[in-house]
Design a protein around this ligand. Structure first.
Ligand code: AMP
Ligand code: MG
Length: 331
């Protein structure tokens, strides 16, 4: 299949409405969209990505006014969270309507819903006029794409089109909160911090038990991994190496003896550059990537979650099992 490119949201929406997959930019990462209500279109997403079919998709809406088409019986916590953080990088897991096909939610009777804020994503979703299911637009297991070039690298020839837009400003996926339980539980840390969300829903809890973590199927799989081996090491302890790239907030020792050093201004800069830098280091042929750890609070919690997964740690199983499951070579 020839993958077409456009910067016209209306043209990209036309491809989607014909039942095809289209990648589009959002403020978190680029998504691979298909009509959430069309099971055949959704199957193309899993096929193009090589995504395990037990991993549910997030349904994207252009406005909260569309929520009735996919969800029912929203809890007061869900309404409060949408009110506070939408449009934006928040996904609420809510009870699904029967009209949403099982493939979209991997057989769950709940659905994750998000309303992106990036203007071009808004234009695209409103032109689509249907709810759009979209995981990140990468091959399964790889770092999420934050540029259209990264989408092309992973999915050229496998999808109908790419809607070209800016680099994703947040650079890290949405925060996923299950609002169908009492208390609500944060299943995946993301661009909105636990602390910010807890100010809106004081009862909110972190998914800290294995049982809670298993409720977010995506967290069981290997994720975000470049080809190079990723290590998480403090700046002063990191051993320099010409075949290695370094990414962090603080300057490592002997910066001139690294293959490349990428320094970030602050946590949000680190988050927004993480995936693009992992991909850049792969392109440059490094065999080792050293990332500096950060304190796991606020946005740092999401950053450490992605770093530990990129380094091959998967909750509840070894990284090799997970890699085999996704048909990816262990790094
Ligand atoms: P991705 O779109 O690739 O960032 O992955 C979306 C993630 O959202 C999945 O891997 C799940 O962990 C989570 N998710 C989506 N829908 C649900 C749901 N109905 N219940 C629990 N977690 C969900
Ligand atoms: Mg993903």
């Amino acid at each position: 299949m020839k993958t077409q490119r456009t910067d016209d949201p209306i043209k990209a929406a036309r491809w989607l409405r014909l039942g095809d997959c289209v990648a589009f930019p959002t403020e978190t990462v680029y998504g691979l969209g298909a009509d959430a209500m069309n099971a055949d279109a959704i199957a193309k997403i899993f096929e193009a990505k090589g995504r395990p079919d037990d991993n549910p998709l997030i349904v994207h809406l252009h406005s909260i006014d569309q929520i009735d088409r996919v969800a029912r019986d929203l809890s007061p916590a869900a309404w409060a969270l949408f009110e506070a953080f939408s449009p934006g990088p928040l996904t609420c897991v809510v009870h699904k309507r029967d009209a949403v096909p099982d493939v979209t939610t991997a057989g769950l009777d709940t659905v994750g819903v998000r309303i992106p804020s990036l203007p071009v994503a808004q234009d695209f979703l409103s032109a689509c006029a249907v709810p759009v299911a979209a995981p990140s637009a990468n091959r399964s297991g790889r770092p999420s794409p934050t540029t259209w070039e990264a989408v092309r690298h992973d999915l050229d020839g496998r999808i109908r089109g790419i809607l070209i837009g800016p680099q994703s400003p947040r650079g890290i996926e949405s925060t996923v909160i299950d609002t169908t339980t009492q208390p609500p539980v944060m299943l995946r840390p993301g661009a909105i911090s636990f602390e910010e969300a807890q100010r809106v829903v004081p009862a909110l809890q972190l998914a800290d038990t294995v049982e809670q973590k298993q409720r977010s199927p995506g967290t069981r799989h290997r994720h975000y991994a470049p080809h190079a081996a990723v290590e998480i090491v403090d700046a002063e302890a990191a051993a320099p190496d010409r075949d290695a790239g370094y990414l962090g907030l603080n300057r490592p020792k002997r910066p001139g003896t690294w293959g490349r050093v990428v320094l970030c201004r602050d946590l949000s800069d680190y988050a927004s550059r993480l995936y693009a830098t992992l991909r850049q280091f792969d392109r440059e042929g490094f065999t080792r990537i050293v990332c500096e750890p950060v304190e796991p609070v606020g946005l740092g919690r999401a950053l450490m979650d992605r770093l530990t997964r990129a380094a091959g740690h998967v909750s509840g199983e070894t990284s090799n099992d997970a890699a085999a499951e996704e048909g990816e070579a262990p790094s």
